[in-house]
Ligand binder design. Structure first.
Ligand code: DSN
Length: 417
């Protein structure tokens, strides 16, 4: 911070304040995490100065000796870690990565089928009217069953009826394991492509605590900054199954990313992804993934025995969604109150939510970041109890904040993994 403090005090102060905020609060937003110092160094490096339109050995600018090697390393590491024949590491983030897949595989009017937002899907999974995925293509979405869980028999019928060209198996607020094998069979029944969006669970898959979709999907998309703990970015993986369906799929995806959708890749981010992939290839990371799930189960259990309803009745992965209607508090009010107590999460719709996304009935919580800090089941129980005291208004936010600060002092944000 030496130079930025001299050049731009205002921004330097804000960065310091944000660092402090992250240190002193509990990050329970399931899509957030702490990248290591090594990842931060790669992202803040001079690699960001370089233009590199194209791909390794096929660039449109000179001076690529080192950035070619950086990108190639990231690609090779991702291929090995996920066990796929082709990876594109250039997407700026998850939404443009999904856009690249759709613009490549769909013509306007073709049907894309993903999970609705209130069922736990993502905006880019075909949310109507306001997203490219619902505007430029024909989006027909599926929902979870009344129990909050995907009903694969219903989905199979729905897919047969509407014949999507792409079926999306992916979620952002779904606490259960995805049955990628079943998704693959259902997509196959109408000759559809299966796109697995594993943005939330990529780290769990690498750690072996969630099944991998690579044997069943044609294309896999993941962001790199969630359970994977890398910088903000994304990757598109083309599987052997994808190449079997279309031998040109890999080059088509590459062309869809550049020049189809993006310009110069952010080589500094790609270096950060490469570093994160090295960190994720260790036995330590496997333990980390296992602990995320153990922690989520412990947190869920504490909330439930204290009268908080969780959708689907619990969790198998890193997150849970609490339906607060029985506690007579709206998701947004709860999230604002909890933030005052140093517990940072997001308000979220619940399946079949009668309330709109900007003022929904639930909150979403996850354990990837607190697990990165080294917290275990005992701390999850404590955090769950603190959340309940706030939701039931048994303690004030100021009282809970003191306990949160103590926890944060005991469990630092690690610089290395
Ligand atoms: N915004 C991310 C999340 O919070 O789940 C998904 O892109």
């Amino acid at each position: 911070m030496k130079y930025i403090t001299q050049t731009d005090r205002a921004i330097a102060k804000l960065i310091s304040a944000e660092r402090r905020r992250q240190e002193q609060t509990l990050m329970l937003i399931p899509s957030e995490n702490y990248a290591s110092q090594a990842v931060e160094e790669a992202v803040g490096s001079p690699l960001g100065n370089k233009y590199a339109e194209g791909y390794p050995q096929k660039r449109y600018y000179q001076g690529q000796t080192f950035v070619d090697q950086v990108e190639q390393l990231a690609i090779e590491r991702a291929k090995k870690l996920f066990g796929v024949p082709h990876v594109n590491v250039q997407p700026y983030s998850g939404s443009p990565a999904n856009a690249a897949v759709y613009f490549n595989l769909l013509n306007s009017g073709d049907v894309v089928m993903g999970l609705t937002l209130s069922s736990g899907g993502h905006l880019t999974h075909g949310h109507p009217k306001i997203t490219f995925s619902g505007k430029f293509f024909t989006s027909i979405q599926y929902e979870v069953g009344k129990d909050g869980v995907i009903d694969y028999d219903q989905l199979a019928k729905f897919v047969k009826k509407h014949k999507p060209k792409i079926l999306v198996a992916g979620t952002t607020a779904y606490p259960r394991v995805l049955n990628f094998k079943r998704f693959g069979e259902i997509a196959g029944s109408v000759g559809a492509y299966l796109l697995a969006d594993i943005s939330h669970i990529a780290g769990l898959i690498i750690a072996g605590v969630h099944p991998s979709p690579t044997a069943f999907a044609h294309v896999v998309m993941t962001t790199t900054h969630k359970t994977l703990r890398g910088p903000r970015g994304a990757m598109i993986l083309v599987t052997s199954r994808g190449l079997k369906k279309d031998k040109d799929l890999a080059s088509k995806i590459d062309k869809a990313v550049f020049p189809g959708l993006q310009g110069g890749p952010h080589i500094n981010t790609i270096a950060g992804i490469a570093v994160a992939l090295t960190e994720a290839s260790t036995a330590r990371f496997k333990k980390y993934g296992q602990q995320i799930v153990k922690n989520a189960k412990a947190l869920a259990q504490t909330l439930m025995i204290n009268g908080v309803n969780l959708t689907t009745g619990g969790t198998d992965n890193h997150l849970m969604v609490a339906d607060l209607r029985s506690l007579n508090i709206k998701g947004k009010d709860a999230a604002i109150l909890l933030e005052k107590a140093g517990i940072v999460l997001n308000y979220n719709t619940v399946p079949f939510d009668p309330n709109p996304p900007f003022n929904p009935s639930g909150i979403r919580l996850g354990t990837p970041a607190v697990t990165s800090r080294g917290m275990k089941e005992k701390e999850m129980k404590k955090i769950g109890e603190l959340i309940v005291t706030i939701l039931k208004k048994k303690l004030t936010a100021a009282e809970v904040l003191k306990e949160v600060r103590q926890l944060c002092r005991r469990f630092h944000i690690p610089k290395a993994y």
